[in-house]
Design a protein around this ligand. Sequence first.
Ligand SMILES: O=P(O)(O)O[C@@H]1C[C@H](O)[C@@H](CO)O1
Ligand SMILES: Nc1nc2[nH]cnc2c(=O)[nH]1
Length: 315
Amino acid sequence: MSSSKSRPDNVERRGITFDDGSSSKSRKIGGAFSSVTYEDVQKIAKHILAIVKCRPKIGVICGSGLGQLAELVEDSETIPYNEIPDFPVSTVPGHAGKLVFGTLKGKSVVLMQGRTHSYEGYSPQQTTLPVRTMKLMGVETLFVTNAAGGINRNFKVGDMMIIKDHMNLAGFSGMNPLVGPNDERFGPRFPPMSRAYDLDIRKLAHKVVKEMNYTDFVHEGVYSMMVGPNFETVTECKFLHTIGVDATGMSTVPEVLVAKHCGMRVFGMSLITNVVIMEFDSEATANHEEVLETGRQRSKYMQKLIATIIEKLDS
Ligand SMILES: O=P(O)(O)O[C@@H]1C[C@H](O)[C@@H](CO)O1
Ligand SMILES: Nc1nc2[nH]cnc2c(=O)[nH]1
């Protein structure tokens, strides 16, 4: 796989033949369409499986400040992202950048302690490479978590949201990990997304929320992704509110697109780390420190909830 240093500038996108005679199967298409081949992912998955004993069926992506879920994993085996050839490495505080394998409530899992984001300079294909790697390692169900700003006026800082759907605003500008040549070994050219977030797991989550007496602070709603890294303007927040978005962030959507494309079941949750500003003259501003601080204070509730859902999951 080519790194950004070796990424070819001089490529012909449509012909998919590069100046050294190689094809798109073995080389990347540059810029925003930088692709990752099936063989690239296969190599990474094999490399990891040669290191760890665990054979995970469930994957969990831990968002900003949510990586402490790893503390609940028993018999853990850890690999830092920077020790995996060609794996994208997290550069943001609150994202430890480690794969943690082991047993969570009796289930074989792999946790991503932190993710990468498009705003770090990675292509959508790179930020979602870990999801495809999980798929080729045998993962069938993906849990995605994130820190998000509350757009819904009923949400308070520290609340949580079960994601029932998403709005791919980044996709409106063409930023979609499924753009580029489609490899049917991953999934179909035109995958449906109307049932992206698994209904059975959402029903189970609501049952668990009731049992744990979390109903006062766990909601269900729609997540949207902006590329970032800036937080939204007042007008952008008003727009998101108008179109029916409940929480906004800078991740998750590309991972869900790729997971659904390759046939995984998906469950998503947001921790509302801040409420967005919708008054033009407000003195308040969003900041990453508040996001991390809310994570520190509230992530244990999210961890407990996710661990219990995983425990009660049918497989
Ligand atoms: O990885 P997630 O989506 O949890 O991180 C959110 C979005 C930005 O990376 C960061 C902003 O504070 O938190
Ligand atoms: N885009 C966005 N991402 C976030 N991540 C945590 N809070 C926010 C927010 O308010 N906006």
